[in-house]
Ligand binder design. Sequence first.
Ligand SMILES: Nc1ncnc2c1ncn2[C@@H]1O[C@H](COP(=O)(O)OP(=O)(O)O)[C@@H](O)[C@H]1O
Ligand SMILES: Nc1ccn([C@H]2C[C@H](O)[C@@H](COP(=O)(O)OP(=O)(O)O)O2)c(=O)n1
Length: 228
Amino acid sequence: MENGAAQPVIVAIDGPSGTGKSSTSKAVAAQLGLSYLDTGAQYRAITWWMVTNGIDIDDPSAIAAVAGKPEIVSGTDPSAPAITVDGVDVSGPIRTHDVTSKVSAVSAVAEVRARITELQRSIAVGAARGIVVEGRDIGTTVLPDADLKIFLTATPEARAARRSGELRGVDVHSTREALLKRDAADSSRKTSPLAKAGDAVEVDTTDLTLSQVVECVVTLVEEKRAAK
Ligand SMILES: Nc1ncnc2c1ncn2[C@@H]1O[C@H](COP(=O)(O)OP(=O)(O)O)[C@@H](O)[C@H]1O
Ligand SMILES: Nc1ccn([C@H]2C[C@H](O)[C@@H](COP(=O)(O)OP(=O)(O)O)O2)c(=O)n1
């Protein structure tokens, strides 16, 4: 109904690396005129800051002590995702192998999660038309009252093939090993691990094209909006 369409809608999309969270979330948000938040980019940004400032990544108490220092600002336009730390554009540097290999350790620290979770909730509340938020713990912890929760999966082989397609020169086998190592760390940490919320819809993207996944999620959002 017309009334329902005007209300903000909150969509949580979680899942492991390479399942299509970012591509799907951006496309769904753009198609439906919603904001978009990449929470992985925020954890990457705080990790970049720790590395740049010489913080010992193997020392959780050293990370916790400075977790409140960097100012992280996330853009929410799905057609121009942006992220800055203390005013510096870090959208490139947060994708380096060095940051990727350290982000699980930094994001396991409770003080880091508390700080970033608060930031994520304030961005979601401020999205007038609604928002698609993607990450690992959005449906379980950050936005447990989201209107729609999606949990994307795909086989490790499919995920590694997708990722190594992006990282030219890196072979599928080592990409697969690195992905599985990060999944294990993210799923086993104490504070809000990567997990499917009980009320999330699971979508296995292994044999689906990106357009098919987007269409599936858009349909689910429209159904939720109509029922609101
Ligand atoms: N269903 C799909 N089929 C094939 N490739 C996909 C699919 N979904 C995403 N991709 C591609 O896989 C790569 C990783 O997708 P991305 O959205 O970054 O995943 P995530 O955010 O879950 O890590 C990108 O190059 C993207 O274009
Ligand atoms: N909500 C989130 C999002 C990401 N993280 C952490 C754990 C992930 O390994 C890293 C990086 O996430 P990101 O989504 O950028 O990773 P991929 O692009 O899927 O490889 O951040 C998290 O702990 N909680």
